[in-house]
Ligand binder design. Structure first.
Ligand SMILES: Nc1ncnc2c1ncn2[C@@H]1O[C@H](COP(=O)(O)OP(=O)(O)OP(=O)(O)O)[C@@H](O)[C@H]1O
Length: 588
């Protein structure tokens, strides 16, 4: 995830693809863009007419003392009208172009988020949460800046400059050429400024990303952080990063204050001196004064837009880098499953010679062969790190085995459509993930379930009783992470959620490790009642949970070493299960 785009220079290809992404995000709004540009052009041209009207007033009426009030009134009205019209058109185009920018960023954000939701679990093994959040928020925001800057500031400024230069050329092309020297002069100054400030700008961005990452990390691990009295250490680490960020920002502003503004102001003043001096060299006639007025007005008008144009190059660069990062994320491959109509009905599972390693060079599962009968209850046990969760992850299609095959209902796992698979394979993880939503929403999880289905699932999970006791029953809002429930209740709710999809296969990954013995009894009863209806595979550290399973599978260092019922396994002299069981019995 921490792609090389983060730090290295972009290649031509990456740049091209990033620009393509930017174009495609705004493509549907292209008609708005053209209308916005047309409005902008008209507004800029109307504004460029102002000094010309001023010049006509000075040269034709003020200096010759020609009091033609009708014409003077007409000129004033024209000035007022062009000003008002230009303002109105700017307002209309701002609405259009800002709308395009906002919608483009919204589309891009939705596209990125939808993509992230479909990425395989192996992606999240490497992903850094803070960076990922930054990709979806900051980087797409930088892309929005591009639309606002390029479409709005650059176009606006270019049209203003072009209009002013054309009017100046019409008045006096030689003087216009003098003014036009502003353009290369400014490009030099701004390029120097950007070179000087680039390291500080890059550092600021990096540090902002670090701040995000630190925040995300501390919030995710808040309980551990507070319990281990690490808050002071984390706060001082955060302070250090924040201070560095502040210093980098100050360095950036210093470059602006010391180099950019003074150099540009100096150029502006020198240019005015040159223009006024060249006027003084000519015959001082009434007509020249009007032109001088128009020129001074135009110079004042083009300086700012020119600064804006040159300053935008850096912004564009940043937006392209951001778009390239977003693009790298969008290019992360998602798993594609067929749109097959095959239905899962029985929940029979077969592992055929499965070997797998997160790093293929270091397998964690070796030649697993296992047939799991439909409707039966299987327990999986083994020492820590023996590969139990990995076995479930393969079955859940989170990862794909390097060799061997897994079949569900006699079909290769990859042949089942995503919708059917997620509907018919339920998972109860060790940490129940609850949304800050109502009990009902937490069970339905966006699926189109009826109240009856939700309640039936809750009853099967033995959760209905405590839900009814809650203040608003199924409508009770649970707060973030299900803060209002006990750990056991959360787990029962997670089981209800898994059952609500009416799965044929239910997987429990240490669902009873954190709950009290009483709730464990409830879970055990629920599992027993599901026998014959749903195939259950439960990993359990607490062996009492799976004691009554039809079959218990024992893994050791990634190999399937024992299998059988509790009684059968207890009879194996020196067997791993028997040892684990006796050890737990002693502890209790
Ligand atoms: N996402 C991962 N990336 C790389 N290695 C992993 C990943 N998840 C697990 N492993 C490694 O794979 C091996 C098997 O881990 P697994 O989680 O399957 O064991 P487990 O039997 O479920 O352990 P536990 O009982 O502690 O949960 C371990 O060596 C572990 O370090």
């Amino acid at each position: 995830m921490s792609s090389n785009v983060e730090t290295k220079k972009l290649t031509g290809d990456e740049r091209l693809q990033a620009v393509q992404l930017l174009k495609s995000a705004a493509y549907v709004d292209r008609s708005h863009i053209w209308i916005g540009i047309a409005l902008l052009a008209i507004a800029a041209l109307l504004e460029a007419a102002g000094p010309l009207l001023g010049k006509a007033f000075i040269d034709n009426y003020l200096l010759p003392k020609h009091a033609d009030w009708a014409m003077i009134g007409l000129l004033l009205c024209a000035n007022l009208l062009t000003g008002c019209l230009a303002t109105w058109m700017r307002y209309k185009q701002l609405l259009r172009l800002a709308g395009v920018a906002m919608r483009s960023v919204r589309r891009l954000r939705e596209q990125v988020y939808a993509h992230v939701l479909r990425l395989p679990m192996r992606f999240f093994d490497k992903a850094i949460t803070g960076q990922l959040v930054s990709r979806v928020t900051n980087d797409t925001e930088a892309v929005k800046n591009l639309y606002v800057q390029v479409l709005f500031v650059m176009l606006d400024s270019s049209i203003v400059v072009l209009g002013a230069l054309t009017a100046m050329a019409w008045l006096d092309w030689r003087l216009m050429l003098i003014v036009a020297t502003l353009i290369p002069g400014m490009i030099v100054i701004v390029t120097l400024y950007q070179r000087w400030s680039a390291p500080a700008v890059a550092k600021t961005r990096q540090l902002r990303s670090d701040i995000n990452a630190q925040l995300a990390e501390s919030i995710a691990g808040m309980s551990v952080l507070q319990a281990s009295l690490a808050d002071a250490r984390f706060a001082s680490r955060f302070d250090a990063t924040n201070r560095e960020h502040y210093q980098a920002r100050i360095a950036e502003l210093r470059a602006n204050a010391w180099l950019l503004r003074p150099a540009l102001d100096l150029m502006n003043s020198v240019l005015l001196v040159v223009v006024i001096y060249s006027f003084s060299q000519r015959t001082f006639s009434g007509i020249e004064v009007g032109i001088l007025y128009a020129f001074v007005s135009y110079i004042a008008r083009v300086v700012d837009p020119l600064i804006q144009i040159t300053m935008q190059f850096g912004q564009i660069q940043q937006a392209v880098v951001s778009a390239a990062r977003v693009n790298t994320l969008l290019k992360e491959e998602t798993e594609l499953y067929p749109d097959s109509a095959q239905k899962l009905t029985s929940g029979k599972v077969e592992f055929h010679d499965i070997s797998f390693g997160y790093d293929p060079a270091h397998p964690v599962l070796h030649n697993i062969n296992l047939k799991i009968q439909a409707g039966h209850f299987y327990g999986v046990v083994g020492h820590t790190g023996s590969g139990k969760s990995t076995l479930l992850s393969l079955l859940l299609r989170f990862y794909t085995a390097q060799s061997g095959r897994i079949e569900l209902d006699g079909l290769p796992l990859a042949a089942v459509s995503e919708e059917e698979f997620r509907l018919k394979v339920g998972l109860v993880p060790q940490e129940p993930f609850l949304l800050a939503a109502s009990v009902r929403d937490n069970i339905a999880m966006g699926r189109d379930l009826t109240d009856w289905q939700i309640q039936t699932a809750a009853k099967s999970a033995h959760a209905h009783g405590f839900i009814e006791q809650l203040a608003q029953g199924y409508d009770t809002e649970l707060g973030e992470g299900g803060a209002k429930l006990s750990t056991g209740q959360k787990q029962l709710l997670a089981i209800a959620r898994a059952l609500a999809g009416e799965p044929v296969l239910l997987l429990l990954d240490e669902a009873t490790s954190h709950i009290d013995s009483e709730t464990e009894q409830v879970v055990q009863t629920a599992l027993t009642e599901l026998r014959g209806k749903v195939t259950i595979i439960a990993i359990a550290h607490r062996l009492s949970t799976i004691r009554d399973a039809d079959q218990i599978i024992v893994l050791n260092h990634g190999k399937l070493v024992e299998r059988g019922s509790h009684t059968e396994l207890m009879e194996i002299v020196g067997g791993i299960y028997a040892k684990l069981y006796l050890l737990q019995a002693l502890e209790e």
